[in-house]
Design a protein around this ligand. Sequence first.
Ligand code: TYD
Length: 214
Amino acid sequence: MKGIFIVLEGIDGCGKSTQIKHLSKWLPNSGLMPEGKKLFITREPGGTKLGESLRQLLLNVCKDEAPKNLTELLLYAADRAQHVSQKILPIINNGDWIISDRYSSSTMAYQGFGRRINKLLIKQLEDIATQGVKADINLLLDISVSESIHRRHNTTEDRIESEGQVFLERVAKGFKTIAKEKDWTIIPANQQKEIVSKQIELSIIKSLSKMEKK
Ligand code: TYD
């Protein structure tokens, strides 16, 4: 039996990393995973060794060396292609479970809605890079743009985070549009982290039981 692939999405500062840390402890002890199967945690960009190098090129380059929009799109796609074939597919084919901090919808939200690159092109590239591999469960952690900016005011911004409020508004709208279209669970994430964790747990339990019935 194939493993389960879970993805957390959302704008910068929505708390994905904190919640994934929680899930990495909770899920293996929840009784939901089959006996003997492992849980892996990963992220995009940077889920593989090659991806780590691509992440540096995408996020931590000086302004003169910054990738143009199309280059940026292709680098995220390259990271994803490597991630899917080297890590995600082998893990789920082995029946193990994997949680990813971001996946292909981040490209639709940031490069499609944020940078306004042609969405059909992005969709075509997504099909190529993912080989059709889709997450079994997608969760959107929803915070407002002002909350995102507030939460990050003491941190050093990477290249994408420094795009500013108007860009982030488009990305946030993009995530909500995608979530509605694809019928994802939207978790209001502007609450105590323990409450957010509980809602995520319940949502995963519900999604898994729906999948069992199919
Ligand atoms: P992330 O790892 O969530 O940032 P952090 O380490 O600060 O938590 O994501 C890195 C950045 O890359 C984030 O600003 C969103 C951006 N991104 C895209 O623009 N397109 C994509 O396809 C992906 C996966 C990420």
